[in-house]
Design a protein around this ligand. Structure first.
Ligand SMILES: O=C(O)c1ccccc1NCC(=O)[C@H](O)[C@H](O)COP(=O)(O)O
Length: 261
């Protein structure tokens, strides 16, 4: 069994429990559920840096990254650095995140916020909206084409942007549909943890131009972004490289300054 299989088994139990504790009607009554969303897709189209900076305490591949920071400081720091958006991991068991992290990030900055989660149920999309997200992630490796369609259409009806993540050709070809906004190529194989920027390069040509292309994971130097831009990538999701430092915001400023225009 891969780590991804384990995550999904646990996630099903977690979502069932959440559903029994907080009914959908209660989520829909949240103030944030009615709030206007911010479009990460539009921001990436016009941004110079394209950086989406992540809040990530730990991960299955790296264990502890940084447990001593508070989300408020990280969110403000990223916003001051001029990143395009912030990704907030909300999985507790494997990444040390929570929906509270998302709410704190929402209260601390005006960046488009991505709920970084293993979405397997419509309920989690309603939750994302109720806790202040602007964007959801759908992972092709854990969803059927019908689920991707159903989930992305629900997200669009709630004015959430949709980032669809793929890691290989098969996932890409089964997923392409008009209800997606951004196509993310994860450079990390979620089953083996192997990371290679070549994955983004190899898949880029097959991604239709209608979608904003995002390269995810394993980006630790500005050279990687300079290498990936000619392949059409506009967005770059960076977690560990910023979060492993004492001050992720300062690290993001330095990164963006070094990148230049
Ligand atoms: O990061 C992991 O170890 C991981 C393992 C299993 C499933 C997902 C995982 N990561 C989620 C992500 O996609 C990354 O947090 C994100 O792309 C940032 O990656 P990085 O810049 O390498 O921290």
């Amino acid at each position: 069994m891969t780590i991804l299989d384990k995550i999904i088994i646990d996630k099903r139990k977690e979502v069932d429990l959440r559903k029994s504790l907080i009914p959908i009607q209660q989520l829909e009554a949240s103030i944030l559920f009615e709030s206007e969303t911010l479009s990460l897709t539009q921001k990436l189209k016009t941004s110079q840096s394209g950086i989406i900076a992540e809040h990530k305490r730990r991960s299955p591949s790296k264990s502890v990254i940084n447990q001593s920071l508070n989300v408020q400081d990280v969110a403000k720091g990223y916003e001051d650095a001029g990143v395009c958006g912030m990704s907030v991991l909300t999985d507790g068991k494997y990444f040390g995140g929570s929906l509270d992290d998302l709410i704190v990030a929402r209260a601390s900055c005006d960046l488009p916020l991505l709920r970084k989660e293993f979405i397997i149920d419509e309920y989690q999309i309603i939750e994302a909206k109720a806790y202040g997200a602007d964007v959801i992630l759908l992972i092709a490796a854990i969803l059927t084409r019908d689920e991707i369609k159903q989930f992305s259409e629900l997200a669009k009806s709630l004015y959430l942007d949709v980032l669809l993540e793929v890691h290989n050709e098969e996932e890409l070809h089964k997923s392409i549909m008009p209800s997606l906004d951004m196509l993310g190529v994860n450079n990390r194989n979620l089953k083996t943890f192997e990371v290679s920027l070549e994955t983004s390069k190899q898949l880029s040509e097959q991604i239709p131009n209608d979608f904003v292309k995002v390269s995810e994971s394993g980006i630790s130097a500005v050279e990687a972004i300079k290498e990936l831009r000619p392949y059409g990538y506009k967005g770059f999701l960076i977690g560990e490289n910023f979060m492993k430092t004492d001050n992720p915001g300062a690290s993001a400023i330095e990164f963006i300054n070094t990148l230049g225009t």
